[in-house]
Design a protein around this ligand. Structure first.
Ligand code: AR6
Length: 169
């Protein structure tokens, strides 16, 4: 059984096996969580991302997929980069958002990571409504077939924390 825990705070301050990054398909950094992870994790993460781009993802990492790199100076062994969908009013992209959580946990299992910290993927710059993003995150992790012991959702502010808390008994 995977334990789901909630923390309000900065994901770059977490001590876990793997930290999930809400990246973009370029894998070359950006704002939000992505910017914070690269800033605090240092240049080793970007160096790994560049190698992955050159070897496997010349056209970018597709939405809904996930890849792992070193965690650099972060207090973790790996960063798992996943690309959330941009929210759309006209198209239902929920399955792609669920895929981010599922694929990140798959990478975690391949690496042997037992504790994994997730941000609320797509709920910032990519515009996903927080309540729906929280529902998809919690349901997907609950249903996942994974050996991860703890999934820790790290929510930046109280509004995000409350949205995730409503999804848990
Ligand atoms: N720790 C935890 N959560 C955070 C942190 C942090 N340090 N910083 C922001 N959040 P976002 P997205 C929250 O925008 O929506 C980047 O430019 C934030 O409040 O980081 O998936 C990428 O390169 C929000 O609830 O990711 C992409 O281009 C959640 O994390 C794009 O943004 C996700 O917000 C991805 O957009």
């Amino acid at each position: 059984m995977t334990r789901i825990t909630l923390v309000q705070g900065d994901i770059t301050r977490q001590s876990v096996d793997a930290i999930v990054n809400a990246a973009n398909s370029s894998l070359l950094g950006g704002g939000g969580v992505d910017g914070a992870i690269h800033r605090r994790g240092g240049p080793a993460i970007l160096a790994d991302c560049r190698k992955l781009r050159a070897s496997h993802y010349g056209k970018g990492l597709p939405t809904g997929q996930a890849v792992a790199t070193t965690a650099g100076d972060l207090d973790a062994q790996w960063v798992i980069h996943t690309v959330g969908p941009v929210h759309s009013q006209s198209l239902d992209r929920s399955e792609l958002l669920a895929s981010c959580y599922r694929e990140s946990l798959r990478r975690a299992d391949e690496l042997g990571a037992r504790t994994v910290a997730f941000p609320a993927i797509s709920t910032g710059i990519y515009g996903w409504p927080m309540d729906d993003g929280a529902r998809i995150a919690v349901e997907t992790v609950r249903d996942a077939d994974t050996a991860v012991d703890e999934v820790r959702f790290v929510l930046f502010d109280e509004r995000a924390y409350e949205a995730f808390a409503r999804q848990l008994p």
